[in-house]
Design a protein. Structure first.
Length: 143
């Protein structure tokens, strides 16, 4: 479950950065590998922040590792506090809009495939838990 305000008893185990990569009103979605948590679901380029790392440095490292995209200039959208049954974590959302179609090279250790999908149609797909709400936060017109 996502929270805008940090719950009183929130105990974050880690922080995650993510980016909605947009081109021509479509967002980039990555298909998670079988060995990953929530396998065979779609999500955006994302990853954990390493200890001592800023969210901007984590963003650059993770997205380069996952897609080889340069997301310099990505805009910070918002933060959410995520509570799963097993743990809590902090989730930072960014967005980068490209004027030209960016080439994507995925890391096969992380993902099986990728797709560029209309933002509203993405809500109908098999998304990682709570990504639908993050799409609605980032793109209010999808509500």
């Amino acid at each position: 479950m996502l929270y805008k305000e940090k719950p009183k008893d929130f105990n974050s185990k880690f922080e995650v950065v993510s980016c909605f990569v947009e081109y021509n009103n479509e967002i980039l979605l990555l298909l998670r590998q079988d060995h990953k948590p929530q396998p065979n679901t779609l999500w955006v380029p994302a990853g954990k922040v390493d200890p001592g790392e800023t969210i901007r440095k984590a963003m650059k490292r993770e997205w380069n590792q996952e897609t080889e995209l340069n997301l310099r200039g990505a805009s910070y959208i918002d933060v959410r506090y995520v509570r799963y049954n097993e743990y809590d974590f902090i989730y930072h959302m960014f967005k980068k809009t490209f004027q030209e179609k960016p080439p994507v090279t995925i890391n096969p250790e992380e993902h099986k495939a990728y797709a560029r999908v209309d933002r509203k149609k993405a809500l109908e797909l098999n998304l990682i838990k709570d990504l639908d709400e993050c799409i609605r936060i980032t793109y209010p017109e999808t509500r």
